[in-house]
Design a protein around this ligand. Structure first.
Ligand SMILES: C[S@@+](CC[C@H](N)C(=O)[O-])C[C@H]1O[C@@H](n2cnc3c(N)ncnc32)[C@H](O)[C@@H]1O
Length: 318
């Protein structure tokens, strides 16, 4: 099932670039985007992804024991499906859930389905934006376990995302998410900010972030990737968030399908973000938006968490 075609994506990208925006979803599209992400994910200089895989691996047996009755697993932003393989291999001991893969990158959807082909289960792929969830949800077999793994939850505005998820999950469904967290102690913040900014400003990550422009014609020397961590207010407290953008240094042209976008020196292209919550902030945010927590597992560093939640039937989701 394909809700967005390559043509629609190129057209959307052009409209965003006209407004000097580059949402992160466009980093992953096409064969090149998928290959770039998988190379970055495997890089030892970018440990965020591997820490969350290790956390899931550590707790998968107890999480699966709480999820034996789900008829489907729906994963949004599954990448090449390695985390879904870990989860479904365990769930397979109790039954044969169908796995729905939702990802904006068609090559990623195909890759995840190939990964899961090792298990004797039915997989269905949906090339779509997470934002299309209202159209996708009627196709799921219920009850469903909805997964946002690999720090995906932190890449969206939490109010928007929890509203979207809340209205598409039934009372018998559940929600599994993981996140890379900020340190609990204020005194650890300066060193952590330095470390996170160094990881995200690494040449590998910078290349990954400018690649949608470079593969469409911009000279890499004509732009510079910039990222810093900033504090932003939220109803449940101040939260850290990345602020990233691409600064255009020289006039440049970018091709999107048949169209061209012209950039001038000094233009700033705003990109997506990642929130870095405290554990309590993440839990409050879920609870205030009508989700009850069923399980919370931290890794030994306290820097990564995986949570199992379900919609409260007695509360309204605001
Ligand atoms: C950071 S990667 C995580 C991949 C995988 N879950 C993992 O843990 O390695 C983000 C994934 O989400 C997909 N993605 C990004 N933005 C999306 C959006 N708005 N809607 C749907 N998929 C999206 C990307 O194509 C990519 O596969």
């Amino acid at each position: 099932m394909e809700i967005v075609s390559d043509e629609i994506l190129e057209d959307k990208l052009k409209r965003y670039l006209d407004r000097r925006q580059l949402p992160d979803a466009f980093l992953y599209i096409g064969e090149r985007g998928a290959t770039n992400w998988l190379a970055l994910e495997a890089s030892t200089r970018f440990p965020v992804a591997s820490a969350l895989t290790a956390l899931l691996q550590e707790h998968v047996d107890s999480l699966a024991r709480q999820a034996t009755h789900y008829r489907s697993v729906v994963s949004i932003g599954a990448g090449d499906g390695q985390k879904e393989l870990i989860l479904l291999r365990e769930l397979r001991r109790y039954g044969r859930p169908i796995c729905h893969i939702i990802d904006i990158s068609r090559p990623m959807v195909e890759s995840a389905r190939r990964t899961l082909g090792k298990l004797d289960i039915e997989t269905r792929g949906m090339t779509a934006f997470c934002e299309d969830l209202d159209q996708l949800a009627p196709h799921w077999d219920r009850p469903t376990l909805l997964c946002l793994l690999g720090n995906n939850f932190s890449n969206y505005d939490p109010d928007f995302l929890l509203n979207l998820i809340g209205r598409n999950l039934g009372p018998a469904d559940a929600f599994l998410l993981d996140a890379s967290l900020r340190p609990e102690k204020e005194q650890d913040i300066p060193a952590w900010v330095q470390e996170v900014e160094a990881i995200y400003n690494s040449p590998e990550n910078a290349r990954f972030n400018v690649s949608p422009l470079v593969t469409r014609g911009m000279d890499p020397e004509s732009c510079r990737f910039e990222l810093k961590l900033i504090r932003v207010p939220q109803p449940w407290g101040e939260v850290w968030r990345t602020h990233k953008r691409i600064r255009v240094l020289r006039p440049a042209l970018v091709r999107c399908g048949a169209a061209t976008v012209a950039f001038a020196a000094g233009d700033a292209i705003e990109m997506g973000f990642t929130y870095k919550y405290r554990l309590a902030q993440l839990q409050d945010c879920l609870q205030q938006r009508g989700f009850g927590l069923r399980d919370t597992r931290l890794d030994s560093t306290g820097g990564n968490v995986i949570l199992l939640a379900a919609r409260n039937t007695t509360e309204t989701t605001g």
